[in-house]
Design a protein around this ligand. Sequence first.
Ligand SMILES: [Zn+2]
Length: 235
Amino acid sequence: MLEAARQIVDAAERITCFSGAGLSAPSGVGTFRDPVGGWWTKHDPMRLASPQGFAEDPDLVMDWYAARRSQIGSADPNPAHRILAAREDIVQVTQNTDDLLLRAGCDSVIQVHGDIAADRCHGECGHIERIDLTDPPGRRPCPCGRAELRPDVVWFGEALDPDVWQQAEAACSNCDVLLVVGTDASVYPAAGLITLARHHGARIVVVNMNPSQASGIADVELIGSAAELLPALLA
Ligand SMILES: [Zn+2]
């Protein structure tokens, strides 16, 4: 299967990689629904990552994000991030909010679910600021004075950024191979990018720890760790 995947990738002129939590899991970044210090088991995800949860208990939300940010800040890019960054011809679309592709050396990453390394105004004034993942900030007001700052990520019940989504759709419509890495393809609308690429004639190569909803649409599926399989596929 690896050889079949290599032939598809080597013949491609335009490759887009669509990645998810399985890309960063080998770096020790918990998948979104894994417990981070037991948080998911103690708290309903809707209370930690939704506008309603933020309204009800902003301290809880920001404490959870501080824990998650510290985990990401202390993690390092793994061989999968590094080989993707080394392949400058590959367009990066990711569901991950971490900065590991950027730290591995990618110039630009289309982050459809936002960027955990920034805070923005919850009042939509447009203010946004970078934060230090290794020293995450707590609650504080936006300079506009009308609302607090919050992580620049897409929460449950929130719409994706239309400009970012348009870039993601373009990247998946214009490739001849879509690499689907470390995602179960179960979160919509992001997972719809795979069918979009297929409709535009792309071959689909899936790399994931287990069979998933992406399996049925894959031309080739490689089961295993992205940190081991991607260097073998792309080097
Ligand atoms: Zn503001």
